[in-house]
Design a protein around this ligand. Structure first.
Ligand SMILES: [Zn+2]
Length: 447
């Protein structure tokens, strides 16, 4: 696919799709869904078996709501069917020779799952990525540094989306900080994509070198993904302040696509590419479909992907969907992810997510912003303790910092932590090169 020649001041990459009135968009989704469900049934061992077992057939889809009659799939389904019968297994709908690319999940919660793409899938993905990059403000005169891991990771090839848009792409990858700082200083790129925790760490390292992220570099937009930080206002604003740049949150999922959703300038949720992905919110326990705006488990159906259609994939992400028109003019729904189902903890009947804790830790003064959470059971009750770091140069007594953070956590989440432990700056050991591990789950249910 060739680069599109779009005037730089044109707001939308593809106005016809991005601003399509919802009734038309839903009609387009319905047509694509009908085609996809039929395709999946005809070409995929797993769907043929599971639809037959559930007593549903592709012709049952007469409206979008009819999708609710069809069975769910999840990570477990992927694990159980991959490599069964053929290399890509029973969820794959094409022969292996039609697959040109595969990504895998991180495997952080079990066996990694493999995600195959045909050439057509891959091209469409990169065109979608270009659309989301344009939405984030990227133009052909930008220099873009791809500071993401390439190895097996679905975010890796997104660099091609920047090239498709016409920007200058610099394929950095997950290189050591010193090397990346050299790249940023030497080539003065304007846009970088990395994780929110690494954007923060990198800015701090630059300051330690006596350089100023705001003035010695040209970064004006930081695209972030992979962790919730980009959608937590206090985290986003801390990174923006540090770099003097705009932070834009992106979302992708190896099971679905590299380019699923991105923030617009309204920064109120992430527009999901609804022409290609159908989103449902379901009750995490019963699986019942919830109204837009209700909090539940986000569930996706791919409408275009040929190598491996994903029909009703339950992500384990908890959040909500808003379908009202955004102030940016786009009509595609916005997803708001609050946390992971398996990282939610219930303390005294209150649901708490790690992102709630992060909000407080990034907003309270006198802290570095690093933290870790330990959740454990004591006398059959779930408790949580939070570790934080006191900012460099602060002489506030440790117990005072602890009490202050404890009160702020109680005010924001509704439940007081069992303990807040205060470390000196850089002593917590959570700030990793690219993706931080901050949630320690010692609950009986996690064992
Ligand atoms: Zn918008």
């Amino acid at each position: 696919m060739a680069k599109k020649n779009i005037p730089y001041d044109q707001k939308y990459y593809d106005p016809e799709i991005e601003c399509m009135p919802r009734p038309e968009l839903e009609q387009l989704q319905l047509e694509r869904l009908q085609t996809m469900v039929q395709y999946a049934y005809d070409n995929t061992v797993y769907y043929k078996r599971s639809f037959d077992a559930a007593g549903v057939k592709p012709s049952d889809i007469k409206t979008l709501d009819d999708l609710a009659k069809f069975p769910f799939i999840n990570k477990q389904t992927e694990r159980e069917t991959q490599h069964v019968g053929s290399f890509f297994g029973e969820l794959c709908s094409v022969p292996e020779e039609d697959v040109v690319f595969m990504a895998t999940s991180s495997g952080s919660t079990g066996v990694p799952t493999v995600s195959p793409f045909t050439q057509e899938d891959f091209d469409l993905w990169q065109d979608t990525e270009a659309r989301l990059f344009w939405q984030a403000g990227m133009r052909p005169n930008d220099r873009y540094v791809h500071g993401l891991n390439f190895a097996l990771y679905v975010g890796g090839p997104d660099v091609i989306g920047a090239q498709r848009l016409g920007a200058l792409a610099i394929w950095a990858g997950a290189i050591p900080s010193d090397r990346l700082i050299f790249v940023l200083k030497q080539y003065q790129p304007t846009i970088i994509w990395t994780s929110p925790s690494y954007a923060w760490t990198l800015g701090q390292k630059i300051k330690e070198k006596g350089l100023d992220p705001r003035n010695d570099f040209s970064i004006r937009t930081i695209i972030v993904a992979g962790e919730p930080g980009g959608s937590i206002e206090s985290t986003r604003e801390s990174i923006e302040e540090l770099w003097g740049a705009n932070v834009v949150d992106f979302f992708g999922l190896s099971d679905i696509y590299g380019a699923c959703a991105a923030m617009c300038e309204a920064k109120d949720g992430l527009h999901i590419v609804e022409d290609q992905i159908l989103v449902e919110t379901v009750d995490p326990v019963t699986g019942e479909v919830l109204e837009p705006g209700s909090v539940g488990e986000l569930t996706y159906t791919t409408l275009m992907k040929k190598a491996r259609p994903m029909i009703r994939f339950r992500t384990g992400d908890i959040g909500y969907v808003s379908t009202e028109k955004c102030s940016c003019g786009r009509t595609h729904a916005r997803i708001h992810v609050t946390g992971r189902k398996d990282e939610m903890f219930i303390v005294g009947a209150v649901n708490v997510f790690p992102s709630d804790v992060e909000y407080v830790v990034r907003k309270e003064p006198g802290l570095t912003g690093e933290y870790s959470i330990r959740v454990y059971d004591e006398n059959f009750t779930t408790r949580y303790e939070v570790s934080v770091e006191r900012a460099l140069g602060s002489d506030e007594p440790y117990d005072q910092v602890s009490k202050r953070v404890e009160a702020a956590l109680k005010a924001h989440t509704g439940v007081r932590p069992a303990k807040v432990i205060v470390f000196d700056a850089d002593k917590l050991g959570t700030s990793s090169e690219h993706k931080a591990k901050r949630f320690i789950d010692e609950r009986e249910s996690a064992k």
